[in-house]
Design a protein around this ligand. Structure first.
Ligand code: IPD
Ligand code: CA
Ligand code: CA
Length: 273
């Protein structure tokens, strides 16, 4: 694992990885303990867009730890508790403190901490942590990806008719973003569909071969930042629905898929409105 140029000096990626894992495990422990206390639920953009004091407190925890680790590092977090970022220049952490807040509130499971560490826009370290199972999916640029202590294999060929894909039912009924008739055809063409309520969890499942694709009409940089880094190491293709690179500065459509079915899905089944 290499050294990389950072501000005035060289930084060891291994040190950053060690630090990232420490704060993820500590944050996970704090979140699990929070179930013993009052969780305060509020709404954001609409009545179903939930946020809790634990989402915010976890993001603040990460910001404080990272700033103490290196005050020059910048942080983009979903809850906007830090200064935010204008560009991907320098060392940037993209953080979703709880991905799957509705699952967190309703099910007390199936929610993730996900973090990507970027240097000048290049993904260096990616993490998706299933807080209740204490399962970590992670990757180091050029070194590979792991599920806990086991290396993740490069994805193997899967024909569409044997694929299991992650898709939300909203996109298979009339909606303003995508031709739902085409999506129905896609659902008929694959072996099965699943919907887990956490984008990061579905990405973790694709990179580990438990799903073969996951499609969303609207995700934010913090939903996908860490996952795109893991994707690259196992050969999964992650793009928007036009097949373009994912944006890490704005919301966009999203697909992550086994390379054997990525372009087939985009070409034959996705018709954006
Ligand atoms: C949400 C989850 C959900 C996805 C939404 C995301 P949040 O993240 O990942 O599965 O469909 O688009 O916003 O709000 O729980 O962090
Ligand atoms: Ca999220
Ligand atoms: Ca979140």
């Amino acid at each position: 694992m290499g050294l990389f140029q950072e501000g005035g000096g060289l930084m060891d990626l291994r040190e950053v990885d060690k630090f990232a894992k420490e704060i993820i495990f500590e944050a996970g422990k704090r979140i699990r303990e929070a179930f013993s206390y009052d969780i305060k639920i509020e709404t954001k953009a609409d009545a179903n867009d939930l946020v809790t004091n634990i989402d915010r407190e976890t993001e603040i925890f990460f910001i404080e730890k990272i700033k103490a680790f290196d005050s020059s590092h910048k942080i983009l977090g979903e809850e906007g508790m830090g200064e935010g970022i204008q560009s991907l220049d320098g060392c940037v952490w993209i953080i979703d403190p709880i991905d799957g807040t509705m699952n967190f509130v309703k099910q007390h499971r199936h929610f993730m901490i996900t973090i990507g560490f970027f240097v000048d826009g290049i993904g260096k370290l990616g993490y998706i942590f299933d807080v209740m199972r204490e399962d970590l999916f992670y990757a180091i640029e050029g070194e590979g990806a792991w599920y806990n202590d086991s290396p993740l294999r490069k994805l193997q060929h899967v024909p569409l008719e044997k694929a299991v894909i992650g898709i939300n039912a909203s996109w298979v009924i009339p909606n303003k973003r995508v031709n739902h008739e085409k999506m129905i055809e896609l659902v008929h063409s694959v072996r099965g569909t699943r919907s887990y309520g956490s984008a990061a969890m579905e990405i973790a499942f694709v990179v580990s071969g438990k799903l073969d694709a996951y499609i969303s009409m609207r995700l934010s940089p913090w939903d996908i930042g860490g996952g795109t880094i893991i994707a690259r190491e196992v050969g999964a293709f992650a793009t928007n629905l036009k097949g373009e690179p994912c944006s890490l500065l704005s919301q966009d459509t999203f697909i992550i898929a086994n390379p054997s079915i990525h372009s087939e899905i985009l070409t034959n089944y996705i018709e954006e409105k």
